[in-house]
Design a protein around this ligand. Structure first.
Ligand code: HEC
Length: 120
């Protein structure tokens, strides 16, 4: 009788472990969310300027000189294209810098990141 209970419990534990295995996000997935990978794009300066004009200058100033958001005129000396991509995608400062991953295409964000990374 007791053996029967033990193997029953063991079976339930196994099923539980298997379910967890498939429902918990893997390490890869977590790492990806923490640092999104930037898609490869070739710089299109005209498109970058258009996106920045439409989405960024309200806070960063029309010359990127800074306003409610910080100056970005030499941001390329501080952040790499990947870091810029990550910041623009996810936002910063608890929403003070908004997340753009649902507002812009990944390629548009990557293009702006590349464009900003050359601001040195
Ligand atoms: C609603 C205002 C607002 C808009 C719109 C906005 N930003 Fe920001 N941004 C901020 C603020 C505020 C910060 C500073 C956040 C912090 O450091 O806590 C910031 C920070 C940043 C940083 C990080 C600077 C650093 O030194 O780490 C980058 C890069 C940046 N913004 C780029 C952009 C780009 C590109 C766009 C347009 C796609 C944009 N921002 C649109 C307000 C804004």
């Amino acid at each position: 009788m007791q053996k029967w209970i033990m193997s029953g419990l063991f079976f339930v534990a196994c099923v539980f472990a298997i379910v967890l295995l498939f429902t918990l996000p893997g390490k890869d997935q977590v790492a990806q969310e923490a640092k999104p990978t930037m898609p490869e794009v070739t710089l299109d300066a005209a498109q970058a300027e258009a996106v920045v004009k439409a989405s960024c200058i309200a806070c960063h100033g029309d010359q990127l000189q800074g306003q409610s958001g910080p100056n970005l005129q030499t941001i390329g000396t501080v952040l790499s294209a990947e870091q810029l991509y990550s910041t623009i995608s996810k936002g910063k400062g608890g929403g003070m810098m908004p997340s753009f991953k649902d507002k812009l295409k990944d390629e548009e964000i990557a293009n702006v990141a590349l464009w900003l990374s050359e601001k040195k």
